[in-house]
Write a protein that binds this ligand. Structure first.
Ligand SMILES: Cc1cc2nc3c(=O)[nH]c(=O)nc-3n(C[C@H](O)[C@H](O)[C@H](O)COP(=O)(O)OP(=O)(O)OC[C@H]3O[C@@H](n4cnc5c(N)ncnc54)[C@H](O)[C@@H]3O)c2cc1C
Length: 311
């Protein structure tokens, strides 16, 4: 039996999270079909078809699927689940909305936030804000998984192009409709997929100082900006920059934490970063326990010195 991977995308490009979730789906060991749902998504389907390890791409197009609303997407998926043992998707907002509906309709449990595929029926996932790892073996006939993209490398484009097959779109849902999207725009890398992240905490003291200290360092490093919840709650940074248990889960190659204490809820969102650099003036700050490089210093002195060194 095969695995169905539901693609997430922004209507223009296949999301990086999908290429990462594909790596996890391939580790299950069965052929992987990718479902691309949306409106005018032929180019996205072609991107999916070029990824290594994709057996087939199924494309469903129609206005009803334009914004990946959970109800029509779940309806579409349910129609084709007979052919699949595993239904997987990256743990993005859209998919975290849709997959529980699929699991409920199939009357199986969902296995959320998979960080390791140990066998076709056995998965590892974090619980208690990442403080413990749980190994889950499922004996259900169908398995519904959301994949934590940050835990897997992206599948690259392969040599072959998988066949693309069209599916009919479902009827419009009577229970939900798309009203609008209010998206923030930035020229910086996207937080969820950035190679480098510079994050600021409560220590920055104000939105002005956050912009004056964090932004130039991020720009110098070509980094995305992140923030602790305390910085967000204090209005220093917008809430889509929050990293942590109730924010974004990230695993960049380099994470620079400026004036962040390292509360477990923050660590839950960034502790899988490859290299962690922390600047904090408190030698007992918990962030130093997970930092690869720690600098015990006032960030308002250390960051300008770093800027000079990077000039
Ligand atoms: C249910 C729940 C969910 C949560 N989810 C999240 C989440 O997703 N993300 C998240 O971040 N938090 C989350 N939190 C909040 C979390 O518990 C912490 O309160 C928060 O992370 C603290 O942010 P901070 O490190 O910026 O602030 P603080 O804990 O106040 O730390 C500030 C740090 O800056 C240092 N400092 C001060 N001045 C300077 C200076 N001039 N130079 C250098 N260092 C300095 C201090 O020594 C201190 O270590 C959650 C909490 C709960 C209860």
């Amino acid at each position: 039996m095969a695995t169905l991977l539901i693609a997430d995308h922004d209507g223009v490009r296949l999301g990086d999270a999908t290429a990462k979730a594909l790596t996890a789906a391939r580790q299950i060991g069965a052929p992987v079909d990718v479902l691309v749902a949306g409106d005018g998504v032929a180019a996205i389907a072609a991107q999916a078809a070029s990824l290594a390890g994709v057996a087939r791409v199924l494309v469903a197009e129609g206005a009803v699927l334009a914004n990946l609303l959970a109800e029509p997407l779940a309806e579409l998926v349910i129609r084709i689940t007979d052919a699949y043992t595993v239904i997987a998707a990256p743990a993005t907002s859209a998919m975290k909305n849709a997959l529980p509906r699929v699991a409920a309709r199939l009357d199986v449990m969902q296995i959320s936030d998979v960080t390791k595929v140990l066998a076709a029926d056995t998965f590892e996932r974090p619980i208690y804000a990442g403080n413990a790892l749980e190994t889950v073996r499922s004996d259900e006939a169908k398995r519904v998984l959301t994949i934590r993209a940050a835990a897997f490398p992206a599948s690259e484009a392969g040599d072959a192009n998988a066949p693309i097959e069209a599916l009919p779109a479902p009827a419009a849902s009577s229970t939900s409709r798309f009203v609008g999207a209010d998206l923030s725009t930035s020229t910086r890398p996207e937080l969820g997929s950035a190679r480098i992240i510079v994050s600021g905490g409560r220590a920055l003291g104000s939105a002005e100082k956050f912009d004056a200290v964090v932004a130039p360092l991020a720009d110098r490093l070509g980094a995305a900006i992140g923030a602790s919840r305390a910085a967000v709650d204090s209005g220093y940074a917008p809430n889509d920059l929050q990293v942590g248990q109730t924010g974004k889960i990230v695993a960049p190659e380099l994470y620079v934490a400026l004036g962040i204490s390292g509360a477990i809820q923050h660590l839950a969102g960034m502790k899988d970063s490859k290299v962690i650099v922390a600047i904090n003036k408190d030698p007992d700050a918990p962030i130093f326990q997970i930092a690869d490089y720690g600098l015990e210093e006032d960030l308002f002195t250390a960051v300008p010195a770093m800027m000079d060194a990077l000039a």
